[in-house]
Design a protein around this ligand. Sequence first.
Ligand SMILES: Nc1nc2c(ncn2[C@@H]2O[C@H](COP(=O)(O)OP(=O)(O)O)[C@@H](O)[C@H]2O)c(=O)[nH]1
Ligand SMILES: [Mg+2]
Length: 382
Amino acid sequence: MTDWARKIRDGDARLLARAATAVENRDPRGAELLRDLAPFAGHARIVGITGPPGAGKSTLVDGLALALRQQGKTVAILAVDPSSRATGGAILGDRIRMQQHHADAGIFIRSMATRGSLGGLARATRDLARLMDGAGRDYVLIETVGVGQDEVAIAGLAQVTVVVLVPGMGDDVQAIKAGIMEIADVFAINKADQAGADRVERELQAMLSLSGGIAPAIVRTIATAGAGIAELLAAIDRAFEKPAVRRTVAPSLDHLGIAVRALDPAIAFYQALGLTVEHRESIAAEKVNVAMLPAGDSRIELLEPSTPDSPIAKFLEKRGPGLHHVALRVPDLNAAVERLAAAGARLLNAPREGAAGHTYVFVHPASAGGVLLELIQSEDWH
Ligand SMILES: Nc1nc2c(ncn2[C@@H]2O[C@H](COP(=O)(O)OP(=O)(O)O)[C@@H](O)[C@H]2O)c(=O)[nH]1
Ligand SMILES: [Mg+2]
């Protein structure tokens, strides 16, 4: 782990801000940091707050952040506003609130309005959420304008999503239904101080009664007065207790293992492409020499047999050089193994500990689409 990653784990907020910029700018050091912090993923509660412009999302997020701070929780706020892409600057409201929270290192705020394409914005948001999670923030609040499909994709990063509605939306409730109603775990009817809150709630109830399934909570709030914030936070936390909630981050590609007859020429090839060797090692127990080359968020692992009876030598004999295995990092290896076993997959070993302090299992190619699959979980990954 780099010094940078260690300091961020220790809670250095200034470094975290610099790291966020590196990640947003897709600086290679940002990618390296995300890899270093990957073992700590899965801690944060990632909450999406979405709804039409002006609904009071930012005000609600501020209220939630303050309530969480009173509970001693650390918070990261990521405000995504694709609609103000053209303005070229931070969102005014967000700039004001950045000043308001400035003195509190327990609240990290980053607003993103001008990151080019929506795809880029979605990616930056995802990476920043991973950074905040890896850095140990207890809650990551992602504020997005819920209008189109891409915004829904950004909201899809969240484990629990709050959809903010306001009085006077009338038929808009129907319009919003198309995209974001399905993803709501909690509805906040904000601006409940204004006339029409009853009507929005009735329409919402009517719509939800038609849809079946587990009814999302509905909470009325007056964000500007701080009313209903505690109830909203309680509803969010309750949503995390539902079994259906994606409590854990989705698996990510840790590395691709490529069997080669000789390391050096293979390394030379990938170096010519611009990759660099992160480390080389000989693993006597597995009769293999390996070189790890980071590529973006994942890595290429070159494997060379170190003895004639090495499993890699056998692989080369049978299949020739090429893709040997795919390694996915999973947040909870035991849970993954349970699910796979229940699905009838062929596991090649019980979870066991590797040299680098991680646990892993191999899944037979017959179950994994023809390629050997390695599932990895880091020691300190909860
Ligand atoms: N009357 C009333 N105004 C509110 C409430 N919540 C937010 N506002 C105001 O609505 C405007 C938009 O709020 P903002 O949080 O920036 O909305 P966002 O665009 O959804 O982030 C601001 O002027 C807020 O002061 C509320 O509960 N009641
Ligand atoms: Mg806002």
